[in-house]
Design a protein around this ligand. Sequence first.
Ligand code: HDE
Length: 667
Amino acid sequence: MENKKTKQLKNFKIDNEQKAGLTTNQGLKMAEDEFSLKAGLRGPTLLEDFHFREKMTHFDHERIPERIVHARGVGAHGVFQVYESLEKYTKANFLNDSSKITPVFVRFSTVQGSRGSSDTVRDVRGFATKFYTDEGNYDLVGNNMPVFFIQDAIKFPDFVHAVKPEPDTEVPQGASAHDTFWDFFGQNPESAHMIMWAMSDRAIPRSLRMMEGFGVHTFRLVNKEGKAHFVKFHWKPALGVHSQVWDEAQKAAGKNPDFHRIDLYEAISKGDFPEWELGLQLIPEEDEFKFDFDILDPTKLWPEEEVPVKLVGKMTLNRNVDNFFAETEQIAFHPGHVVPGIDFSNDPLLQGRLFSYTDTQLSRLGGPNFHQIPINRPVCPFHNNQRDGMHQMAIHHGQTSYHRNSLNNNQPEPVPESQGGYEHYQEKVDGRKVRERSESFLDFYSQAKLFYNSLASYEQQHLKDALSFELGKCKSQQVKDNAIAVLNHIDRQVAEEVSENIGALLPQENNEVKSDKKSPALSMANTIKKPDTKNVAILLNGAPDSNKITEWVKVLASSKINFSIVDKKVHSLNENVKVTDTYDTADSSLFDAALLISSDNKLDKKPLEFIEMSFKHFKPLAFFVQNKKSLDNIRIDLNDPGVFNLSTKDITDFIKGIAESRFWDRK
Ligand code: HDE
């Protein structure tokens, strides 16, 4: 698993096992670390106590500013490999050689909440990948949704001010269900398409391992001959795209605020390495104007049925970080970190991002040398005439630090394009300076409708429920009415149902876009379904036969399903099978399925609640009861879809149910 990045990072690791003893930061061995230096046993602490001062000062400065957005995140190391050379499209070295394994680091994040907020909130997820290529770092800084709320970067501070906790109360945390966010939506209808995504099940992912990723903007790939294609980047998860249901997500946020973080960490620790395929949608330069949307508009996607996604490589996350702060917190992404063969488009949102990221790192990471922090260092040599600054780690020697010089043979010298130097794509640009929106960006509603049309009916219902919840939490009648007026441009039925739920004004006129166009790729109903890495709670009631349990856990494990056995107390059933969770520590919101095994003639309150909640969240359920009476007090229909009686059905039927994930057509 060793690669250039892991080798590089090793040089910076400090191991507690080193037997050097405890020293100050100056290397002085200290004989005492528990008591400050005092004048007399009961006397005041002395200023002379350099050890106390150093320890306390360092502690006082341990925190750095959190990211202004995407503050809460989690990351992991991995590798990327392209399936076959993409030299036809790009000269990027890491995409030209199918034998090359490129180290990567990925950081997933929520957007709105602060560092300590919960994982399972309703929000967009960041999906940022740093490729440590031999030609320098390439960052693909994407999200789990393919479009964005605004069309021009100059509106980003406004958008973020609206979605973040409100300035007078600093409420809400990890949520967009508040007046300023929905006021922004009502006043900025360019958000219409993204709002549909943000209110869909995509915003409550089951796992970070089960999300798609999107580069959002249109970029350019450029080959050796200088021929360019417009490109959109996709990450397609091997486990498919899956979500929680809203009630479950809210409960999980309380039962385990670190639900996604731990899910990723544990999967990697166990060797269930998460995988994504890299996908490209490509449009030749000459086809730029062949579509009914502007390909520079970041509120538009390219329907996969019109521009197919070509799967070109695989990314595997295979190593957890050693230190969260050093790696996950200090990593600095920037959409402007590119390599030869990858270039930008004139998307006005992307153009603004190219300024913002380095700028924000200056205050977050405390100066201009953050590229020297181990996690940010390229694995290829890097050298130029930039000098000094806060936290300079390099000792540049020699007399010169300017270009052009004669004293040092003009070193370091620019590298011509033919030898790997970066040249910008020579797009012809000619225009008047204007502060305006292009007319081709003015259709806000067609793709919002396309997205809605493409969803399965249960997904549409979830979206309407989400809108009703979020707008229902708003206090201002005006904000609610304005939001409904925008929804009325997308879909009349949505506007009707939501306005009725929240007591808002429905415009008399139906302004909805008339279109029944669909893109099946947009619905999660059509995703990959596998039992792999799902979590099953095996609920014990009474003292059931441990042989049956031993047999079943073997079958579950052979299908790559994880399980926890839950009982009133932790104990061992036999040498190999242990009860690891209790009804106090386990909760149905933290599992994908439940299997009840009961030997008693009455079901206890806690397993009963667990089962009923799993049922309510549409999860697969199985039961094996020695006495039928034990199910007398259960308030669910055991003949409903996704409920498996293991006295009459085989465990493999239950496993198929686990793969299916949810049974939406329960009564
Ligand atoms: Fe970001 N964004 N963003 N963003 N963004 C940041 O950079 C910004 C946008 C995204 O895990 C910040 O280092 C502007 C779209 C991710 O470290 C900041 C605009 C997309 C992350 C910033 C956007 C993203 C960030 C805050 C509109 C999807 C987390 C901290 C023009 C394609 C990266 C930081 C990580 C982080 C600016 C819009 C993705 C302030 C100005 C669109 C995944 O620089």
